[in-house]
Write a protein of this length. Structure first.
Length: 299
């Protein structure tokens, strides 16, 4: 039986494995190989790793784990099922039928961005279409920016003024904004375009234009959207984890869930979704996992 199984090998999973490896814990890391930020032009806001390509960050993390013989990584491993073990702990069932057991389980399965079905949206995602201004706003500073969203997106559009004075809110149909939000946008010089969007035009470097149903084009260099992420919580909910109103796993303290011995870190939890925060959450979860293992061993 492993001391801990970690599902997911992004910043959260890899950092947790590093901490647990240094604690001489027997750890299995299972990675499906489908990172959320695979299309990103670089990981930003990560001290000493500013602008590093996502696959390079993961390569460095795996390389560092080779110094710890008690840590094992299984690449391209899909988890089909997870169950409680009789007598305590957890059992994971892999796609090939293999089964492994552990005293503790850390889910770092991440989140998937929900992209509108507008032609050009998915094609430009990562080099003209973005979901996080903290990650990509600096590179798009002082350029004409579109914000895609409706309803409660006025705050997001206003925040984009930090990076550019030329911001236009595109609601892709009649706006469902409150009168107060409309007034705030107007006071801050953010026009609202309510026409239906039929496609986005761009190349491999940036967005060029937003095309509306009425034939009008809006020249823009970048579009930021706020449609929310879809966390992968299937394993967590099967084991009885509580979710937040937004569908993320509810965690407390050092990434503990309401299920004893089960932890969730990274973008699948309810915190700020930065790569460096995910890594920190992985470290916190590893600290708590090791602390619990020590108490159990001493008992």
């Amino acid at each position: 039986m492993y001391d801990a199984i970690i599902v997911g090998a992004g910043p959260a999973g890899l950092n947790a494995a590093l901490i647990l490896g240094r604690c001489r814990r027997k750890v299995l890391v299972c990675d499906e190989g489908k990172p959320r930020n695979s299309v990103s032009r670089g990981v930003n806001g990560f001290i000493t790793r500013e602008g590093v390509l996502p696959h390079e960050l993961r390569r460095i993390g795996r390389e560092e784990l080779r110094d710890y013989p008690t840590v094992e990584i299984r690449e391209n491993t899909i988890i089909d099922d997870v169950n409680f073990c009789e007598g305590g702990g957890f059992e994971i069932v892999m796609e090939n039928g293999a089964r492994e057991r552990a005293r503790k389980l850390l889910l770092a399965t991440g989140s998937e961005d929900k992209l509108p079905g507008i032609p050009g949206f998915a094609e430009l995602y990562g080099h003209g279409v973005f979901n996080c201004p903290y990650c990509d706003g600096w590179e798009e500073r002082d350029r004409p920016i579109a914000v895609y969203g409706n309803g409660t997106c006025a705050k997001f559009a206003l925040q984009m003024k930090v990076w550019s004075d030329d911001v236009v809110l595109c609601t892709d149909g009649p706006a469902t904004l409150s009168a107060e939000d409309r007034a705030r946008l107007q006071r801050n010089g953010i026009p609202i375009r309510e026409e239906k969007i039929v496609r986005l035009e761009g190349d491999d470097k940036s967005l060029k234009a937003v095309h509306f149903e009425n034939g009008v084009q809006l020249a823009r260099k970048a579009l930021f959207f706020i449609t929310g992420g879809k966390p992968d919580c299937s394993l967590a909910t099967k084991l009885g984890c509580q979710l937040t109103a937004k569908g993320f796993v509810r965690t407390e303290g050092n990434e503990e869930t309401n299920v004893p011995g089960l932890f969730v870190a990274g973008d699948a939890s309810q915190g700020i979704q930065f790569a460096i925060v995910a890594a920190a959450e992985g470290a916190c979860a590893a600290f708590e996992i090791n602390s619990e293992l020590i108490e159990e061993d001493l008992a």
